[in-house]
Design a protein around this ligand. Structure first.
Ligand code: ZN
Length: 181
């Protein structure tokens, strides 16, 4: 086994959810899974603010782990206000349009093409999600059938690191048990 292959195997063992490699400064695999889960729990708590569409996001500084911004889906007020966009807006209100490559966005649901596109345009360092688009669709919420991984692969100027499946079961339950009407 050559060195590169050995390293790839090691990375695969470090975290069970899959990771797409990026050219950013953020290394999601260098952060313990427990830390990712702790932040995802904050996003889950935020998601309880929207019982029908429990999509929420949190932005952290990758180096310090400090939570800098939060957002929950408010598409009832504005169709573009998905949890990720609300969170991006909350970040910009406080810190300006700065420092994206050192930030990680955590979200209860896999980013849709609109949100993943916005995060690529921002130049964010990493994106961590819980439930997949497929699981969300099973809960009766409409989804555009393009994965976050596919959107990233189609970008030739910026590729955030991506980690899926963190607290997946808990967030799948959040979507399945959501208020339906
Ligand atoms: Zn979205």
């Amino acid at each position: 086994m050559n060195r590169r292959k050995a390293l790839a195997c090691f990375c695969g063992l470090a975290l069970s959810p899959w990771i797409a490699r990026s050219k950013t400064a953020v290394s999601l695999s260098a952060i313990p899974l427990k830390t990712h889960e702790q932040v995802m729990r904050v996003a889950m708590k935020e998601a309880l603010r929207n019982s029908m569409y429990p999509f929420a996001a949190v932005i952290t500084n990758a180096a310090s782990g400090k939570i800098l911004a939060k957002g929950v889906n408010n598409s009832a007020a504005n169709p573009t206000l998905h949890g990720e966009i609300a969170c991006v807006n909350h970040y910009v209100e406080q810190y300006g349009n700065n420092n994206w490559s050192n930030l990680i966005l955590y979200t209860t649901g896999e980013p849709c093409p609109m949100c993943m596109g916005a995060l690529i345009w921002a130049g964010i360092g990493g994106v961590v999600y819980a439930s997949s688009c497929k699981a969300i669709a099973k809960s009766g919420i409409d989804q555009i059938d393009i994965s976050a991984k596919e959107v990233i692969a189609a970008s030739h100027f910026w590729r955030p690191e991506l980690l899926g499946g963190v607290l997946e079961k808990e967030c799948d339950a959040l979507f399945m048990n959501r208020k339906r009407s």
